[in-house]
Design a binder for this molecule. Sequence first.
Ligand SMILES: Cc1ncc(COP(=O)(O)O)c(C=O)c1O
Length: 502
Amino acid sequence: MTIFRQAKWNEPIVYEISRDSKEGVLLDEEFRDYALRFLSKLPKHIIRDSLNIPSLSEVEVVRHFTRLSQMSYGVDLGPVPLGSCTMKYNPKICEELASDRRIVEAHPYLDEEDVQGLLEILYTLQKWLAEIVGMDVCSLQTPAGAAGELAGALMIKKYHRDLGEGHRDEMIVPDSAHGSNPASAAMAGFKVVRIPTDPRGNTDIEALRAALSKRTAGVMLTNPNTLGLFEEYIVDIAREVHGIGGLLYYDGANLNGILGYARPGDMGFDVAHLNLHKTFAAPHGGGGPGAGAICAKGALADYLPVPLVEYDGRKYYFKYDVPRTIGRISWFYGNIIPAIKSFLYIATLGPLVKEVAEVANLNTNYMLKKLSALPGVDLVYGYGRWRKHEFVISFEKLYKETGVGAEDVAKALLDRGFHAPTILFPLIVPEAHMIEVTETESRENIDNLINAYKEIINIAYTNPSEIKRCPQNTSVKRLDTVYGNLPKNIALTYRSLKGKTA
Ligand SMILES: Cc1ncc(COP(=O)(O)O)c(C=O)c1O
């Protein structure tokens, strides 16, 4: 199996190999004269006589940056099976087109008539996304999923207040939810009510019924949920939530699992966010900023954040007069570049977009079948059910039998050239690995990952300390879970100071 050997952390830094005698560029006379003439025109007080940058030869500069790139891991190097993050490969055609100077250099204060092309793209994207999720209107103002959640929670709050129902101060969130759901609800001023998950992996409908009351403002769900399981009672849930006057919020982080097959709007959701950087392939996490969209149905559409992009039959324009808008949720018009990548991704795939979910589901269930048969691995929820785009396995049994837990297995995967999956989440699964291989990984890559798991589990049963020492092949070794890469003495001082103030 390929092992990606990463650069070692103890390489000398560029300042250590810097020497005054080294020079990376030779300026020709003409350019030197030009630079000196230019400098002589500048006010003296803004000119420095020394600059603390290292003096290096060209080859040292190239090696420095190449080494830095090797210390990182991204989807251009190998699979990133981070469950709930949908880290799919980002087509280079989208990158290239979205990097057009006319896009990246467009200033947010340009007049609308000078950016008609850009506005047309954003307008079309709003329409496509609304169609994809089965909602009436979408706003691209939100720069991430969590920002969409906050926007949605604020919209729900304002909606109830306008109806004279300001007493609705509870938001119901299942215990399988991503942490940003309860956090966003709390930031919007709601009391968060937690609902358990039933053994099949659904939101426990009896517990939900018991929690619904006159104080319920809404329920936040993702479907498929973070266990990769489709909510079997979603239509009943929607009916009951609406029956008591509440609203249903859709966390779109898992849309990849049902893309083109099922629409949150048809399931009964009133407002939905999309993580454009996940489902529609723009790099995120370490790879770049995200973009969200927040979409709504019916009366709730009047509460969307502004501006929306509209078309009056002659020109595209920013629309600010949305009757009951919650206002802005971020700067200017949202994160336009990832939004444009999403537009290009959807435009490129067209009706093939359905295959995204098909292949993601196929890859997931293939891998789940292989991994769940391994010793030390358990499922906890939803035995016998098909998953959508992701699945969660538990290493609790392995931990009890060998002392090797989910974190150790993850570190051993790094040594074998893979990015680790999401670990220890969702919180309801002990020693969890949440795995999402996405549709962009080939059978060979998935088999390699399965084989890596097999090998790690075998070693865990025969020589557990070898796994507990991982990673050995990465640029940094095992980091302190809380203090990361802080030098030990600083971490210890910090810890002892915290101890004193606690
Ligand atoms: C299920 C779920 N909901 C919400 C979010 C928040 O999305 P974002 O990271 O775009 O803010 C995530 C992020 O990983 C998620 O997995």
